[in-house]
Structure formats: structure tokens, C-alpha cells
Design a protein around this ligand. Structure first.
Ligand code: ADP
Length: 420
């Protein structure tokens, strides 16, 4: 880039040339100097002025060009960064199937480093992958196809490949690869869940429908009538519980799940929850232990009813999914800033496949479904929402067939006063 310094040198050079020429003319033509001097006085400054004007403009011109070049370079770098950071895989190949460009997410999806596939055709590749093969199947420009396969751990993957003609002249085609595995999985879960939910509603409704007329039957004795009424009450309770669960999820998703903050003694919530479930605990012969810390656990600022929902869900799950005569251990600790609740069971555990999505709506592990056909798959979703809304953390560790430990933390001082 030209600098102002370069122009100053030119000015000095011009002035120096002017003085030199005039001095030379003075000695060469002593008599005629005046006439020639006039000419040189007019011509040379004109020449210098022209040089200056030219260099000045060229300075602006060259600086503008280099600015444009810098901008172009920046734009190219930015475009490269966008391509590299996209959540979609991008692969460019030509008509003969030679791979010309691969971004890092495409490398990840294909499971092959770019260096091994760049500038090679599909036929020349030593490593093969189902997805790579799928890239070279016949595609109409602008069309899309879905490919699904299982990896070596049995996990299902679904990819959508979209084909776009990048350049007709160069015969280059762009393949956009989108991982839609999670979307597909959740959709499948949702439709399965709707089927399960419909059955859940139908069972108590059918119970009520068939039991109610018997109450009106004159031949039925009063002891049976009392039993029928009890059945109807149980069925309606089940329906109310289900409906309120669904309502809770809807309220959460719409952001209308109200919270009332106040001091909450988690220890009392745990003790009451265990007391309420005594029948189930005894029925499954579970040894339930609550390790209370020696130091008194302070209250947290939270919503008592919402924290109870989470504690109840964790305890219910530990009872449901632990082994018969198994052990469940609850701990409550104070780590300074937070109160940490954890519950450990030695039950069925959670498979590796189900673990990443276990806090999502409607997700239930296959073994849990086999053990308890009923179950909403909503409890953990609701629990996560509540704990995070109250400024805490929720999580678990689990080994299939060995058991699980679920935990949550809540800050002693809740700074999220703005929660609704
Ligand atoms: P539900 O228990 O009604 O199915 P949740 O949302 O409470 O719904 O739990 C979702 C899934 O998480 C369960 O179906 C089960 O697969 C798994 N799960 C939760 N807690 C446990 C546990 N303690 N042991 C094993 N699996 C569990």
C-alpha cells in the first residue's frame, strides 16, 4: 500500500529536479536564461503538479484496490468459517464422482477423514461407508433422500441428503447431509406415546363404563356396590393424575408453569414421600435408607410443591425400577452453595442407547417398558424443567443391569426471583 511518505519523496524529487534544471540552464545559456527560465518555471512545476496529481490518484486507487482485496480475503475466510461451523455436512463432487470439498461435519458423519477421500472418486476409495455410497446414488437436483442405518452399538441413524447443482458449467454438485436421527426418534416416540396414552385413558374409562351400571342393579348386594364405587373412584383418580400430568407439560412448554418461592426443607419432603409410599416399598420388599447428614441441612429458597414433584418422581422410579428386595439409598448433602439430593438403586439401570434422551418427553427405556407397561415417560422431563427453572442441576449415572443414581442440586439462595 502507498503511503503519504512516498508522496513526500516525490515532492522533494520534483523540487530538486526544478532547482537542478534551472541551475544547469543558468550556466549553459547565461544570456538566454530569462526566456528559458520562464519556460522551465512554467513547464517544470506543471510537470511536478501532473506527477503529484497522478501519484495522488494512484495512491487512492491502489489503496482502494488493496482495501477491496482485504475485504475479499476476509469474506472468503468468513465463508470458509461458516461452512466449517455448519451443523450440516457439505460435500462437493463433480459429474464423474470426484470429491472436491468436504467440511468437518461431513467428515464426522461419514466417519472418514477428508484427506482420505478428497480428489478421489467413490470407486477409488479404500474405505467405504453406507452414507458415502448414498451420496453417489442418482439424485435429481433439488431432490432429497433419507438413509437410515444402525451403527456397531445398535444405535439408529437417519440422514437426509439434499442434492443441489452448484455449477452447471463446472458440473459440480453439492450434497447437503442433515442428521435427522433425533427428530425421527422423537417423532416415533411421540406416536408410540400417543398410542400408549390412549390405552391409559381407555382402561379406567372402560372400567367405569362397565362398573357403573352394576351399582344400579337391584340384585347386587351393598358390599359389592361399595367395592364398585371404590373401583370407580380409583379409576377417576387415575384419569385425574394422567390429565394433570399432561396439563403440567403443556403449561411448562407454554411458559405458564407458575412458581411460588419460599423456604423449602427438602428433608421433610423426602420423609413424607417415603411415608406415602410405604405400601409400595413393603410390597416390593425394598430396603429404603435415608442418609441424613449429621449437620442440619438448611432450607433452600424454592417452590415446595414443585420440589415435591421431583422428589416423588425420583423415589417412585427407584421403587418401580429397582429389583425386588433391592436397596434404595437416599442422601441429602450441603456442598456450601447448594443442597444435593441423590437416590441410588440397584435396579434395571438404563441402556446406553436410551441414556442421552432420558430427560426428553415420552422417552422410556425398553427394559422399563417391559417391566412396567404403564408409565408416562413425562416424569423426568417435568423434573428437569422444574430443577433448571429453580436454578439447579439434574443428572444421573446408570449402568444397564446394575442400577442408577439420580441427583439434583438446588442453590440455597435462589437468585432467580423473576421466575413466574
Ligand atoms: P416413567 O417412569 O413414567 O416411564 P419417567 O419420565 O419418570 O417416566 O422416566 C422415564 C424413563 O427413565 C423410564 O421409563 C425409565 O426407562 C427410565 N428411568 C427413570 N428412572 C429410572 C431408574 N431409577 N432406573 C431405571 N430406569 C429409570
Amino acid at each position: 500500500m502507498k503511503t503519504v511518505k512516498d508522496n513526500i519523496y516525490l515532492i522533494i524529487a520534483g523540487v530538486f529536479a526544478f532547482i537542478t534544471i534551472n541551475t544547469a540552464l543558468f550556466y549553459a545559456y547565461p544570456g538566454k536564461f530569462t526566456a528559458i527560465a520562464y519556460v522551465t518555471i512554467l513547464i517544470i512545476p506543471l510537470f511536478v503538479a501532473l506527477v503529484l496529481v497522478f501519484t495522488r490518484f494512484s495512491f487512492l486507487f491502489t489503496s482502494r484496490i488493496s482495501e477491496q482485496e482485504d475485504e475479499k480475503k476476509l469474506l472468503r475466510e468468513r465463508q470458509k468459517e461458516i461452512v466449517e461451523n455448519m451443523v450440516e455436512g457439505l460435500v462437493v463432487h463433480n459429474k464423474s464422482g470426484k470429491i472436491l470439498s468436504v467440511n468437518s461435519i461431513a467428515e464426522k458423519f461419514l466417519g472418514i477423514p477428508a484427506s482420505e477421500i478428497l480428489y478421489k472418486t467413490n470407486l477409488e476409495l479404500s474405505k467405504k461407508s453406507l452414507l458415502l455410497d448414498a451420496l453417489f446414488k442418482k439424485f435429481e437436483s433439488g431432490s432429497e433422500k433419507e438413509y437410515s442405518y444402525k451403527d456397531k452399538y445398535g444405535r439408529d441413524y437417519v440422514f437426509k441428503i439434499i442434492s443441489v447443482e452448484l455449477s452447471k458449467k463446472r458440473g459440480e454438485i453439492l450434497k447437503i447431509i442433515r442428521d435427522i436421527s433425533r427428530e425421527k426418534h422423537l417423532n416415533k416416540m411421540k406416536s408410540e406415546y400417543l398410542t400408549v396414552m390412549s390405552h391409559k385413558f381407555l382402561t379406567p374409562l372402560n372400567g367405569i363404563k362397565w362398573t357403573a351400571p352394576s351399582i344400579l342393579d337391584k340384585d347386587v348386594d351393598s358390599a359389592d356396590k361399595e367395592r364398585f364405587v371404590k373401583n370407580i373412584i380409583e379409576s377417576t383418580d387415575e384419569l385425574i393424575e394422567l390429565t394433570s400430568l399432561l396439563l403440567r407439560v403443556t403449561e411448562m412448554e407454554e411458559g405458564n408453569f407458575g412458581y411460588k418461592l419460599g423456604p423449602v426443607d427438602i428433608r421433610v419432603i423426602i420423609e413424607n414421600s417415603i411415608k406415602d409410599r410405604k405400601e409400595d416399598i413393603d410390597e416390593r420388599k425394598i430396603l429404603m435408607v435415608f442418609n441424613k447428614s449429621d449437620i442440619p441441612i438448611p432450607s433452600v429458597t424454592a417452590d415446595k410443591d414443585r420440589v415435591k414433584v421431583v422428589v416423588d418422581n425420583f423415589i417412585d422410579n427407584a421403587i418401580k425400577y429397582s429389583s425386588e428386595e433391592g436397596g434404595v439409598e437416599i442422601s441429602l448433602e450441603d456442598d456450601g452453595k447448594n443442597i444435593r439430593f441423590s437416590i441410588k438403586d440397584d435396579g434395571i439401570g438404563i441402556s446406553k442407547k436410551a441414556q442421552p434422551d432420558i430427560f426428553s418427553k415420552f422417552i422410556r427405556d425398553d427394559r422399563a417398558i417391559a417391566m412396567h407397561t404403564e408409565g408416562s415417560g413425562l416424569g423426568l422431563f417435568i423434573a428437569k424443567n422444574i430443577i433448571e427453572e429453580l436454578g439447579g442441576k439434574i443428572g444421573f449415572v446408570s449402568t444397564e443391569g446394575e442400577g442408577s443414581t439420580f441427583f439434583f442440586t438446588l442453590p440455597k439462595e435462589n437468585k432467580k426471583h423473576n421466575i413466574k
